[in-house]
Design a protein around this ligand. Sequence first.
Ligand code: GDD
Ligand code: MG
Length: 368
Amino acid sequence: MQAVILVGGEGTRLRPLTSTIPKPVVALVDRPMMAYMLEWLHGHGVDDVIMSCGFKATKVREVLGDGSQYGIRLRFLEEPDPRGTAGALKFAEELLDERFLMLNGDVLTDLDLTAQIAQHERTGATGTLALVPVPDPSSYGLVRLREDHAVDEFLEKPSPDAVLDTNLISAGAYVLERSVLDLIEPDKKVSIEHEVWPVLVDRGLYGFADDSAYWIDVGTPERYLQATFDILEGNVRTGVAGKLGESYVSVDPSTQLAGRAIPPAIVGAGCTIAEGAHVGSLAVLAGGVGVGSGSVVERAVVLQGARIGDDCVLRDCIVGPGASIGDRSRVTGGAMLGEGVMIGADNVIAHGARLFPGLEVPDGGLVF
Ligand code: GDD
Ligand code: MG
């Protein structure tokens, strides 16, 4: 089975994490975000993937390679200019099979693609959208379904005064027949949500509702942390579960652990966790991270090579690769430090503050 994954968005809402790293390869727990999607697709029989890239495609290609580590043939396509969700698909036309999957590249899900494909075949659909229920559907593509699973109405991000009588949204996973391409004008920016789905209503557009699936759009820092915690807790079926085992703690053998790791937690290779430091619960340390004595890292993600001084508190925050935090500093409340940001001692950073790459804060320079 073939799949096209759209990864052309800039990931602006995840800055400063995505200021230096394209979103598909930002680390999520212990692997690039895109690895979860490739592993999930592979588990449902996908062996051929076309990555529809825009922004920083080279870096994505470097990290994911030819896909062989995922058992998938991986090809990369770059549009000359952003073509929108349908325009990007049209741009891939020459490479596409008679039937294929199309995925939004920014979701983490374990929904049952095999059952979706089976329903697509049973109904003889032209397109089948995966649907999941969410508590607040207004910022997604809303779908009203008929008894026979045909789509009755598709409404992309309805205006605030619209009447919402469904909580089913398009999960960004579609089974499509090649004939869908005939609806898309070439060499133009075209939106599949605004210009294709509405046209396909009553002409073969179906919905496959999976209400037992895990699903999240990893588009904001809050949801990045939520996705991290859900992976650690095993709320979503991923390859990380095997690594965490029954104890829900994984500490790489090359790490020096004098302090404690409290489950669920994952600590990568070559870290140093000093005496009296606590890592967890719900903490991720990527490789080469140093945590000083007496420091607490809880409900937090600390990426590759970051250094944390003594007696610090990191809670509900994301620390970018190579950042450093001086002694007795507190980083909490959804704060996010970009790659290489340097914070001196005795700083307080909270309330969703975002510190961009290149920033240096002197000792006691910031109480936010
Ligand atoms: N190649 C390419 N070119 N990819 C693009 C482009 C483009 O011009 N524009 C967006 N993408 C990619 C994004 O990287 C993302 O993976 C996917 O297409 C969807 O775009 P988003 O910008 O993330 O859209 P959204 O989250 O607001 O809404 C979409 O996803 C929802 C589910 O998360 C819609 O498909 C909604 O209907 C859906 O409910
Ligand atoms: Mg999105």
